[in-house]
Design a protein around this ligand. Sequence first.
Ligand code: PSU
Ligand code: MN
Length: 306
Amino acid sequence: MKNSSLRYGAEVADALRDGRPVVALESTIISHGLPHPDNIRVAREIEDAVRATGAVPATIGMIAGELVVGLDDARVAHLASAEGVAKLSVRDLAVAAARRADGATTVAATSAVAAAAGIGVFATGGLGGVHREANITFDESADLTTLARTPIVVVCAGVKSILDVSATLERMETLGVTVVGYRTRRFPGFFITDSGYELDWSVDSPEQIAEMIAAQAALGATEGATVVANPLPVDEQLDTALHDRTLADGLALLEQNKVTGKAVTPFLLSYFHSATEGASLATNIRIILRNATLAGQVAVAAAARS
Ligand code: PSU
Ligand code: MN
């Protein structure tokens, strides 16, 4: 992707020019991951969480065919409210641009755009990954293959257990995506603190993550992403019995309604939010805000080294 094809918010452009810390944020969680109207408020709170660390938030999305790095409040509110905002993965960007579409960018598309813009740190909620029964459906998120070729640090809370967590971790290994736990060697399961899977590495501070970024540059390792998996504290996770029940019901509904393709993730998220009567939504918001804070601290630590 060419940097010259991107439009920048003024504050983000200034920060990048001056080498100040910037954190990329995705818009699919706003348009397709969180219910309206909470999503408008949450989008602002995510930016505030980044700002509180001293970094500048750059929410990324497409407006009338233009990829914007650093959407202003009105445009974020538009993507949060308008009907028919497309969910854009990397393969959708050119066709959506040609059609002058409005679109929200996934982890894959946001990472690709952020890296082209020279932004090294990205905060999100959870990654896409390998779906259950992917051996039959071939449903594996392009988030994984894009992260394999995109130099960026992605702070997330692992992947939701709506996915096949084990297969997702195996694919990240194959694809050369580095995964480190933040103060843990257990891979988080988004709503739940521990997905049940072990990680090889953990890091303990934003400074250590900044050191890892510097080491990657020194090694000339400029291809793959690093996933920083930041779990919720145990006392803040979704009640595990409620979680397991909702997951089982949601997966059954998916099958009954024959939901497939890119509609799968939004369908399950929305089912979780209604079936848990808001409990999963509150947890989801808490996760994103914690990740935004950690990503901001990482961007600040990385900027201080250079
Ligand atoms: N996982 C979540 N919440 C989300 C998503 C994933 O827990 O909102 C969104 C992200 O934008 C991610 C996208 O990049 O869904 C993955 O979609 P798919 O599985 O269709 O690639
Ligand atoms: Mn998919």
